[in-house]
Design a protein around this ligand. Structure first.
Ligand code: GUN
Length: 625
């Protein structure tokens, strides 16, 4: 599939099927072929792009089977967009053995013209023993291998119960399929075991082929959508809109309410101003079921629309943070998510500021990156000066006193920021000044942090105005650009010379360009990171080991990239696995000869999987030099 926008593991993407493209994230309503009461116009008016139905139910009902074989599944359920079919695995989990085997049911799905065909995987239950789950993972893979995957889109479910190593193994094996549902999770969803789900989704996602859509089987409740999408789920299916309607439950993104206990439908509802809850209670059962299903489906799609906007805006993480307070099970899931280091998949900066709430914010990827860098920074053993919050306030320039102390010593200077201390040179680098603090101190954390710093470098003291001398031995602005460079490119050597010219904005005083002679080396962006010119790229190319910060291209790509055109995924031969999405990279041949500089659209861990779309947005090609 193709990726257009991303935040963390979440993406807005496109997946193509014989009956049209699916823009993700999205949800496939479950259509019961026996009970198909919403028209395709009604479905599409709500935002439905694709649906899922069950080939096993069709096959075992003679009239449906005949009709499907004669006219195809699209005519049978009267939907002309993409249709995914499931295989009967779930029925076999609920009712025991079913009467068809894997090859038969896959062939049947092909015969009725399904767009996404599911093998008969083995459902792994949360209570399965390790041995049971392991053999189910292996048998599911065997079943994928026994079907012809070359003439259709085949879904190969990832199984493995709650065992992390089995989910990892299954994710790797099933990546041979073109579409990757995460299976065996319905019992966990039904019992609110969201923290187990977090682990399952993460293990499945980061060990599978990133270019394939990830589907969460049965994950149809909007409460957990944002979490799932942030962790990499692209597609959901949902039967819940009908299930709740049958129980007279009205769905909202935050939960459900009983039809008998609400005063009115919300304004976004397709029922608003057309029906009152009382009218609906009095209506016949069929009408009520249809109308409530329509409302419930709309609630689900509202949440998907919001999530897509959040990815685009880069505020999905914040949204998940908000959602985590809606239910203790979600809060537990949130804390579980924070226990994983998903940093490699996060962009170098976000369009949105960082919201600083409480101690859990310290586990945010951006703060982890800062703290890791700080650890290496103070490890040089030089005397380290801590500048308390009262002496340095975020958003204000460093005072003259501190500047003088800095420039007349070679000490490490750390500034207090949200009760941790970080290198002063990073004062404008995301998220340090792009942050909204709560202002509530976490003093316990501060002391713990200072103790930790002392354990790395005992030469630590707080700033006082007597520090420093008269002789200037360094320039703060120059040190700052080199330190940003060290942080951004994970390098220990300096890129910039003291003789390089730094041009600042007259209005704000912020660094704009860094020049050597009349050539621009780099520009400093609003997020405080550097954008390299091709000249800067050439300097960097001479400094970093191969393949650090490099994307290696083959075919005709190099020639185009040299002229300033973007790098397409299909030409990427290899890359540095530690590339951070959004960070500048050098585009080279396999010996390291430079073609261009640009920024990576995805991380180095994801890049080699994609085949469609842009891998590096090129700023400048070598021909410009
Ligand atoms: N529907 C809900 N869970 C599953 C699963 O694990 N596999 C399949 N094929 N369908 C499902």
């Amino acid at each position: 599939m193709q990726m257009f926008f991303k935040e963390g593991l979440a993406r807005i993407g496109k997946f193509s099927t014989p009956h049209g493209d699916i823009e993700t994230p999205t949800i496939m309503p479950v259509i019961n072929p026996n009970l198909n009461f919403l028209t395709k116009e009604e479905l599409k008016s709500i935002g439905v792009q694709a649906v899922i139905t069950n080939s096993y139910i069709i096959k075992r009902t003679a009239s449906l089977e005949q009709e499907a074989l004669k006219s195809g599944v699209h005519r049978l359920i009267n939907f002309d967009g993409p249709i995914m079919t499931d295989s009967g695995t779930f029925q076999s989990y609920v009712y025991g053995d079913i009467e068809y085997d894997n090859r038969e049911i896959v062939q049947f799905q092909k015969d009725i013209g399904s767009d996404i065909i599911t093998i008969l995987d083995i459902f792994t239950k949360p209570q399965d023993s390790y041995e049971q789950a392991k053999s189910a993972v292996q048998e599911t893979y065997r079943r994928l291998k026994e079907v012809n995957t070359s003439d259709a889109i085949i879904a190969g479910p990832i199984q493995g119960s709650v065992y992390p190593d089995l989910r990892i193994e299954s994710a790797k094996l099933m990546s041979e399929a073109s579409y990757l549902p995460i299976g065996g999770v319905v019992p966990l969803l039904e019992s609110y075991r969201y923290s187990d789900l977090v682990n399952i989704i993460i293990n499945s996602k980061i060990n599978s082929d990133f270019s394939k859509p990830i589907h969460l089987f049965g994950g149809g409740h909007p409460m957990f959508f944002a979490f799932s999408v942030l962790l990499g789920v692209d597609i959901f299916d949902s039967a819940s809109y009908i299930k709740y309607a049958k129980d007279n439950r009205v769905l909202y993104t935050e939960g459900t309410r009983n039809l008998k206990e609400i005063r009115d439908f919300p304004e976004w509802s397709p029922l608003f101003s057309k029906y009152s809850p009382v009218e609906l209670i009095k209506a016949d059962e069929k009408t009520r079921l249809k109308l409530l299903s329509l409302h419930n489906l709309k609630a689900i799609f509202n949440e998907i629309t919001e999530i897509k906007e959040r990815i685009y805006e880069n505020t999905l993480y914040q949204y998940v943070e908000e959602k985590s307070m809606a239910h203790p099970a979600l809060y537990k899931a949130y804390m579980e998510m924070l226990s994983h280091n998903l940093g490699p998949f996060w962009n170098i900066s976000l369009k949105s500021p960082l919201y600083f709430f409480n101690s859990s914010t310290y586990k945010n990827t951006f703060i982890r990156r800062l703290v890791k860098f700080t650890e290496a920074y103070v490890r040089n053993g030089k005397r380290t000066i801590l500048i308390g919050y009262r002496q340095w306030r975020h958003g204000f320039p460093v005072s003259e006193d501190i500047l003088r102390a800095y420039e007349t010593t070679d000490y490490n200077f750390l500034i207090e920021w949200n009760d941790i201390f970080i290198p002063m040179e990073l004062e404008n680098t995301y998220p340090v000044s792009q942050m909204v603090p709560s202002g509530i101190p976490h003093h316990n954390y501060r002391d713990e942090y200072v103790d930790w710093l002392k354990s790395i470098n005992p030469e630590i003291s707080f700033y006082d105005t007597s520090l420093g001398g008269d002789e200037k031995i360094r320039n703060y602005t120059h040190s700052k650009i080199n330190e940003v460079y060290h942080f951004q490119f994970n390098s220990h050597n300096d890129l910039f010379l003291d003789s390089d010219k730094i041009i600042k904005s007259k209005a704000t005083g912020h660094i704009r360009n860094i020049k050597r002679g009349d050539r621009i080396i780099a520009t400093m962006r609003n997020d405080g990171f550097l954008t390299l010119s091709i000249y800067g790229g050439k300097l960097l190319n001479g400094m970093l080991d191969f393949p650090k910060s490099r994307v290696i291209v083959g075919g005709d790509s190099g020639e185009f990239n040299s002229q300033g055109f973007n790098v397409f995924f299909k030409f990427v031969e290899d890359c540095d696995r530690d590339i951070i999405a959004g960070n500048d990279v050098m585009v080279t041949d396999n010996s390291g000869n430079l073609y261009a500089v640009g920024h990576a659209t995805v991380s180095g861990k994801e890049m080699r999987f994609y085949r469609k779309g842009i891998a590096v947005k090129v700023h400048e090609g070598i021909k410009k030099l």
